[in-house]
Design a protein around this ligand. Structure first.
Ligand code: SF4
Ligand code: SF4
Length: 351
């Protein structure tokens, strides 16, 4: 498999002793809320933490992706009053607007945020999302131990990001290679006064990443994939999947690139005040396709599974020019029936 073994020339690169990671953390924490992978009940999750000692940079994947920080599962868009109209955000909302630093994001999750940016800051821009994303400092982390369900190399979204980060950390054993991907990342590196990296560090990084790529066991061949899908609309695999899928929607909840939501108004008992809410929705749920007069254009479960796979591997690409899957494997891990895009594509190809 052809795979680029080096990121585009970084704006700056430095060596950071393992003990000096705390200096980087402190420099960011001085002006940001810090969020990073931590272990919890035997799994990993991204969460806000002030404690670097709790951070697990040896994680493989988290249960929920980082989209929850920019597009929460449930949120209040605004509160309203019958006579005063929409009300200003309360203090809590203002506090939540403090900039965030995401620390230790893998390539797949960095790419996923770039894909969500195309949706939320494109033709119809969401100002709250756009502001939060612009303020967020991303410290990415080269992923050297892929999980058993990962297939990010299929889409070149891993094991390291090529763009979308301010700093990229690669663990070289005794120290980290830190590469800047933005002017503010380069500025922070300069502020830290770290020793510049040399060609040996870059060679070691290439070696480490080559080893990581060799560990991947799963792959979706993307060559000719849109054509394959265009010819597979009536393939028997969809009926077989219909008998397995429970329509629980878990696969879309954990997916870093799923972005469908529902909006409704909650009116308080005083009939004077209320709030407009927004929550994640799922194309795998029966009522997702329900429209006026109770009609449902995706009543058939096979049609709903097909929609998810086609959206990730065909429609998103038609609309935004990139595949809508980053190969993080979360949907595979979370599905109780182990429904898996890799095996679905293999079945369509007759492999
Ligand atoms: S594919 Fe799996 S996770 Fe997704 S709706 Fe079906 S059973 Fe649930
Ligand atoms: S479809 Fe599955 S593997 Fe692809 S990005 Fe979504 S959760 Fe990850």
């Amino acid at each position: 498999m052809a795979f680029p073994m080096a990121a585009p020339a970084a704006l700056a690169a430095a060596r950071l002793a393992r003990a000096a990671l705390a200096d980087l953390w402190q420099a960011l924490a001085a002006s940001h809320r810090m969020a990073a992978p931590v272990a919890c009940d035997g799994v990993f999750r991204f969460q806000e933490t002030a404690d670097l000692a709790a951070v697990r940079l040896d994680y493989n994947t988290t249960i929920l992706p980082a989209k929850k920080f920019f597009y929460p599962p449930v949120e209040t868009i605004f509160r309203f009053h019958r006579h005063r109209g929409a009300l200003a955000p309360d203090e809590e909302a203002c506090e939540a607007r403090r900039p965030l630093a995401l620390f230790g994001l893998h390539g797949c999750d960095v790419r996923a945020l770039e894909l969500l940016d195309q949706v939320y800051t494109g033709e119809f821009s969401d100002p709250a999302y756009a502001r939060a994303r612009a303020e967020t400092f991303i410290v990415a982390l080269s992923c050297l131990e892929p999980g058993p369900s990962c297939f990010c190399t299929s889409f070149r979204s891993g094991p390291f990001p090529e763009s979308g980060f301010d700093l990229l950390l690669t663990d070289l054993g005794g120290h980290y290679l830190v590469e800047a991907g933005s002017a503010r990342g380069a500025g922070l590196l300069q502020q830290l006064g770290a020793e510049p990296a040399d060609s040996e560090d870059q060679l070691l990084k290439t070696h480490r990443l080559r080893e990581a790529v060799a560990r991947f066991r799963r792959h979706i061949p993307t060559e000719g994939l849109p054509r394959l899908l265009n010819q597979a609309f009536q393939h028997p695999v969809w009926q077989a999947l219909k008998d397995q899928c429970l329509s629980c929607g878990t696969c879309t909840v954990v997916c870093p690139t799923c972005y469908c939501f529902n909006v409704w108004d909650k009116v308080n008992l005083d009939l004077e005040t209320g709030e407009r809410k927004m929550a994640w929705d799922s194309c795998q749920l029966l009522d997702f396709g329900q429209v006026a007069l109770g009609q449902n254009f995706r009543r058939d479960r096979a049609a709903r599974i097909k929609q998810r796979i086609y959206h990730k591997l065909n429609y998103f690409r038609e609309q935004y020019g990139k595949f809508g899957c980053v190969g993080c494997g979360r949907c595979v891990e979370a599905c109780v029936k182990h429904i898996d895009p890799v095996t679905i594509v293999a079945a369509l190809k007759g492999v």
